[in-house]
Design a protein around this ligand. Structure first.
Ligand code: ADP
Length: 512
């Protein structure tokens, strides 16, 4: 008989002294997988990571090997225990955060994937998504799932596998195939094939999940021709996902928290209240605003999604993404060769008193929210004879803040709230110039958390709450440590001039 979480809590009270037990969090990202060990104060005491490969078999196609993801994830789970000397007898629970939307289909008898994982960035199913819009399904999909039909989400990727892998459709109809996002794939394998489950946050990125009823939607499954039997069972993010098998961890701790990476980061920042917003500055930027119990339908090209599902309550979120943020800095280094490392950009940008009228719009692959123009292309404008390397570096740094400004203002308009502060994480959030510029533009404080690993921390918190390692959200909030807080400065005239210059530059990139 399966052990209930209530029983588990009792067992732990006897077996573990809380002073000496820990939570292990797995962060299964797009370019690397990580395992971290978190103590009761929310401090990461050890970590291990491994890169994972991405394959591009055709232009616009993106795939990864599910077996490599699994093997690498298990390897870092083992490595972090050996590195730290903290073994599975002292791990109270395991939490998982993961790259979202990426799709795996496997045979429930053999456990073998029938195709590579189709990555979230993969565009092969764009014609399928466009057909859904052309056939008039966009409003229905948006009202049920909160999403705008797109190849990005899992639904069309599953359909593609069923229609293009030889024999897949027959196997699916015979009930042999199962689907999972990366969390589900990991849970299935880490529990020795015992549990086929996902959480609401990951489910909300499939375009098959009704965010109002919190269930798979039969009309959407029928529209995509996907048998319901393929779908994982659904759980709150903080709940019992089964025990890690003894082949992986000798003392079989429970997997007690699962969330998609951006939602885990929202939780890791303790954005528990409506209006709380976080922005992750990585390769791209991902912004999530907690909208409480309200599903906010965006009029500005953002998506509504499940934000937090913990403790018997579901909070919704508005989400906006920016395609090119830190990648613009990488472009300066790798394509223009005008910097040698991302780290130096903060000082270079601050070495000139202002942008001198120079703007860089990194529309390398079109513009995302709130413009949604896939034909737009990047530009650098406003150059004069006085412009130099610092002008361009500064313009690239500023572009991250301007793009975030545009999405955050769109969120405020959609949700009808005014941001009071912005929580930030991601490697580029360590750029003090960008963070100060962001605070000045938004005219609110920008709060940099001590830990850049807020995603892993969120997964740890979800798991820890579920097993009683932490009592409640208040206890977690006491762990919140701020590395820096950037207060807004600057005069209104400069701000208005900067924004006008930026929006003029954006308009020059537009093709629609
Ligand atoms: P991801 O999780 O998206 O892979 P990270 O959070 O590790 O990304 O961020 C990596 C990106 O951030 C790279 O594109 C890099 O150019 C950029 N970056 C890293 N450090 C800085 C910095 N100090 N200033 C600006 N950009 C940075």
């Amino acid at each position: 008989m399966p052990i209930s979480l209530r029983d588990l809590n009792l067992v732990q009270k006897i077996d573990f002294s809380y002073e000496s037990s820990y939570i292990m969090a797995l962060d299964s990202g797009t370019t690397s997988v990580r395992a971290v060990i978190v103590d009761e104060y929310g401090c990461i005491v050890a970590q291990a990571s491994r890169p994972i490969k991405t394959m591009f078999p055709h232009s616009g196609w993106v795939e990864q090997d599910p077996m490599e993801i699994l093997a690498s994830q298990i390897a870092v789970m083992i490595e972090v225990q050996y590195k730290s000397g903290i073994h599975s007898d002292r791990i109270a629970a395991v939490g998982i955060s993961n790259q979202r939307e990426t799709t795996v289909v496997w045979d429930r008898e053999s456990g073998q994937p029938i195709y590579n994982a189709i990555g979230w960035q993969c565009r092969r199913t764009a014609p399928l998504a466009e057909a859904l819009v052309a056939d008039g399904h966009a409003d229905m999909i948006r009202s049920k799932t909160g999403l705008t039909p797109d190849a990005y989400f899992s639904a069309t990727k599953i359909s593609w596998i069923l229609d293009n892998v030889s024999g897949a459709r027959e196997l699916a109809e015979a009930g042999r195939l199962v689907f999972g996002t990366i969390d589900t794939w990991l849970v299935y394998n880490l529990t020795g094939g015992m549990v086929h489950a996902t959480d609401y946050t990951n489910a909300s990125r499939t375009m098959l999940f009704n965010i109002h009823t919190l269930d798979w939607d039969d009309e959407l499954l029928a529209l995509m021709d996907i048998p319901r039997a393929m779908m994982p069972t659904l759980h709150e993010s903080s709940s019992d996902f089964g025990r890690v098998s003894s082949e992986v961890m000798t003392h079989t701790p429970p997997i007690a928290g699962v969330a998609g990476d951006q939602q885990a980061s929202l939780f890791g920042h303790c954005c528990f209240d409506p209006g709380d917003t976080k922005n992750t500055y990585g390769t791209g930027c991902f912004m999530l605003m907690n909208t409480g119990n309200r599903v906010v339908e965006s009029r500005q090209g953002l998506v509504a999604t499940i934000g937090i599902a913990e403790g018997g309550t579901v909070s919704y979120a508005l989400e906006g993404s920016i395609f090119h943020a830190g990648s613009t800095i990488q472009w300066l280094r790798d394509k223009l060769g005008i910097i040698s490392s991302a780290r130096e950009t903060s000082d270079i940008a601050a070495s000139v008193p202002d942008n001198g009228g120079c703007y860089l719009v990194p529309a390398f692959s079109g513009l995302g929210a709130p413009w949604w123009d896939s034909e737009a292309r990047g530009l650098i404008c406003g150059l004069t004879g006085a412009s130099d390397r610092a002008s361009i570096v500064r313009a690239a740094c500023e572009s991250m803040a301007y793009q975030s400004y545009d999405v955050l203002r769109a969120m405020e308009a959609d949700a009808g709230v005014r941001l009071e502060s912005l929580y930030v994480d991601g490697a580029a959030s360590r750029n003090d110039f960008i963070m100060q510029f962001q605070a000045d533009l938004l005219q609110i404080p920008v709060v940099q958390s001590e830990s850049v690993e807020t995603t892993a921390l969120g997964a740890a918190y979800l798991a820890g709450l579920s097993v009683g390692f932490w009592e409640d959200r208040d206890e977690i909030e006491q762990n919140r440590t701020v590395a820096d807080r950037f207060e807004p400065h600057g005069d209104e005239e400069t701000r208005a001039r900067n924004l006008a210059g930026w929006h003029d530059a954006v308009s020059r990139t537009r093709c629609r």
